[in-house]
Design a protein around this ligand. Structure first.
Ligand code: ADP
Ligand code: MG
Length: 479
C-alpha cells in the first residue's frame, strides 16, 4: 500500500444477548431447533399481537454501557425501521434510533506501536434480529425460518477511530471479551451470535474530511474481518489512483475468493422511515436501577490485566493474552495459585504448550485434557528438580494423551531426573574420553563447544541429567 493514504474504519458489531426468551415474546432463543418451532405469533408478525419488552435485555444493555464507560440513557425509545424482506414478516424491524439506550462509550486497544489507543463507542442500541432465508436443498424454492426472528441483539457502533484492519480486529476482540466477561452474550461466532459490519474508507494523508465509505456486511470471524478490510482498502486505493471514485455501497465478503463484491447501493436512514414504535413504551431507567446493575459488574479485562501484571509480575503481552478470555484467565489463576513455580512460568505453559495442544485438537480451555491442578502438579516437578523443563514437555504430551498426572507419567516412563553428581560425572568422563578432538578445540578457545558436550551427555542419559549440574561438571572437568 502506498504511504500517502490513511485508512478509516468504523465497526457496527451485533452481539446476540444471552436471554432465554426473545426480546418481545416468550419464545425460546435456543439455537439449532427445527425451523419455525420457536416462533410465536409475535415473531411471526401476526396482526393484532403486541410486543412486550423482556426486562433482561435492558439490564444487559445497561451492564454493557457501564462496562465501556458510557452513558446509560435514563430514557430510550424503540423505533420501527421499515423495510421489506421475506424474513421480516412485520415489514419493519424494531430497533432504537434517535434515543438509544447506550451512548458515548470508549475502550482501549494497543496500536501497532504498542501504545494505548482510545476508540470511541458512539452508541449501543437494542433491536430484534430478523428471520433467515434458506436456499440450500430446496430446489427452485426458498424457505423462511423464523426461529431467529425476535432474538435480542445489542448493536454496538464505533466511532470511525480505527486505522487498520489490525486495529479493527483488536477492537472487535476487546468487545468480544467484554460481552463474554459480562455474561451478556455467548459470543459464538459460528452460530452468528457475534458478527460485524465494517465501514471502510480511505483519504489522502492529512485530509480532514472523511472519504466515501463502503460497508462490508456480516463478517463472522476475526480472520474474515481482517482479510475483508485489507482487500477493501487495496481496492479503494487502486480505484482512486486509477482515477475512479468509491461508491457509497454495501458489499459482501466472499471468503472463498477472498474479495468483497458490491451488493447494493447504500441505503440512507430516511429510506427506512424510522418512527417511534407506538406499541412500546419508552424505557425509563432511574439511578437506583443503574447503581444496582453497576454493583453486579465483574472485574473486567483491562482491570484484570493490570492485576495480573501487579500481583503475578507477568509481562504486559502475556497478561493481555491470558485475560482476553475469562475462562483462560480463570485457568491460569488456578494453576498459579496451586503451584510452587513462578507465575510467569505458569503463564508460559498456559500460553505456550497448553494453548498449542488445545488449538491442535480444536478444543476450548473449558475442554482441556489437563486440569489446572494437574498442570500445576507438572510445574511443581520442574520446580523441585524431579524433571527438567525439557522432559516436562514429554510428560505434558503424555498427560495430554491421557496417561495420568505428572507423577504417574514420570514413574511409568522412568523420567526422573538424574541429580546424583557421581552418576553425571561418570557420563561426563566417558564423553570427554570419547571426543579428544573436541576437547582440544574447546581448550584452545572454542567455548561454543560446551553445547556439543551438554548435548552428548543429554543424549547418553536420555535427557534426564539435571542440565545445571551437567553444565557445571563439564566446565569443571574441561578447564
Ligand atoms: P449507518 O447506520 O447508515 O451505517 P452511521 O453513520 O451510523 O451509518 O455509521 C455507521 C458506522 O460507519 C459507524 O461505525 C461509523 O463510525 C462508520 N463510518 C461513518 N463514516 C465513515 C467513513 N467515512 N469511513 C469509515 N467509517 C465510517
Ligand atoms: Mg450500517
Amino acid at each position: 500500500m502506498s504511504g500517502q493514504w490513511e485508512v478509516v474504519i468504523g465497526l457496527e458489531i451485533h452481539a446476540q444477548l444471552a436471554t432465554k426468551s426473545k426480546i418481545f415474546s416468550a419464545a425460546s432463543t435456543a439455537y439449532g431447533a427445527e425451523p419455525n418451532t420457536q416462533a410465536c405469533l409475535v415473531d411471526l408478525g401476526y396482526p393484532g399481537v403486541l410486543p412486550v419488552l423482556n426486562e433482561e435485555v435492558v439490564r444487559m444493555a445497561a451492564k454493557f454501557g457501564l462496562a465501556v464507560n458510557a452513558t446509560v440513557a435514563p430514557r430510550s425509545v424503540f423505533a420501527r425501521k421499515n423495510y421489506f424482506y421475506p424474513d421480516l414478516p412485520k415489514g419493519y424491524q424494531i430497533s432504537q434510533y434517535e434515543l438509544p439506550i447506550v451512548e458515548h462509550g470508549e475502550l482501549f486497544i494497543t496500536d501497532a506501536d504498542g501504545n494505548e489507543k482510545r476508540i470511541g463507542i458512539t452508541r449501543a442500541h437494542l433491536e430484534e434480529d430478523a428471520g433467515k432465508s434458506i436456499h440450500e436443498g430446496l430446489d427452485r424454492y426458498s424457505g423462511i425460518d423464523l426461529n431467529r426472528a425476535g432474538t435480542p441483539l445489542l448493536e454496538i457502533v464505533s466511532e470511525p477511530d480505527l486505522s487498520s484492519a489490525r486495529e479493527a480486529v483488536a477492537y472487535m476482540r476487546k468487545i468480544h471479551s467484554i460481552v463474554r466477561y459480562l455474561g451478556i452474550s455467548d459470543g459464538n461466532m459460528q452460530e452468528g451470535s457475534f458478527r460485524c459490519d465494517a465501514n471502510v474508507s480511505v483519504r489522502p494523508l492529512g485530509q480532514e474530511e472523511l472519504g466515501t465509505r463502503s460497508e462490508i456486511k456480516n463478517l463472522n470471524s476475526f480472520r474474515y474481518v481482517e482479510k475483508a478490510i485489507n482487500f477493501e482498502v487495496e481496492r479503494q486505493i487502486e480505484l482512486i489512483e486509477d482515477g475512479g471514485e468509491v461508491r457509497q455501497e454495501t458489499r459482501l465478503y466472499d471468503s472463498d475468493k477472498d474479495e468483497t463484491r458490491s451488493m447494493r447501493s447504500k441505503e440512507e436512514a430516511n429510506d427506512y422511515r424510522y418512527f417511534p414504535d407506538p406499541d412500546l413504551l419508552p424505557v425509563e431507567i432511574d439511578a437506583t436501577y443503574i447503581e444496582a446493575v453497576r454493583a453486579t459488574l465483574p472485574e473486567l479485562p483491562d482491570a484484570k490485566r493490570r492485576r495480573f501484571i501487579d500481583d503475578y509480575g507477568l509481562r504486559f503481552d502475556d497478561a493481555g493474552i491470558l485475560t482476553a478470555s475469562l475462562a483462560l484467565s480463570d485457568y491460569f489463576e488456578a494453576v498459579a495459585s496451586a503451584t510452587d513455580a513462578k507465575a510467569q512460568i505458569a503463564a508460559n505453559w498456559v500460553i505456550g504448550d497448553l494453548s498449542a495442544a488445545l488449538n491442535k485438537d480444536g478444543l476450548d480451555i473449558e475442554q482441556s485434557n489437563i486440569a489446572a491442578a494437574d498442570l500445576a502438579g507438572l510445574l511443581d516437578r520442574i520446580q523441585d528438580s524431579t524433571i527438567s523443563g525439557k522432559i516436562a514437555k514429554e510428560v505434558f504430551e503424555a498427560m495430554w494423551a491421557g496417561e495420568g498426572n505428572a507423577d504417574d507419567v514420570i514413574e511409568a516412563r522412568g523420567l526422573k531426573q538424574i541429580t546424583d553428581s557421581s552418576a553425571i560425572e561418570d557420563v561426563v568422563d566417558r564423553i570427554i574420553a570419547a571426543n579428544p578432538g573436541q576437547v582440544a578445540d574447546y581448550k584452545a578457545g572454542k567455548d561454543k563447544l560446551i553445547g556439543f558436550f551438554v548435548g552428548q551427555v543429554m543424549k547418553e542419559t536420555g535427557g534426564k541429567a539435571n542440565p545445571g549440574q551437567v553444565n557445571a561438571i563439564l566446565k569443571d572437568k574441561l578447564s
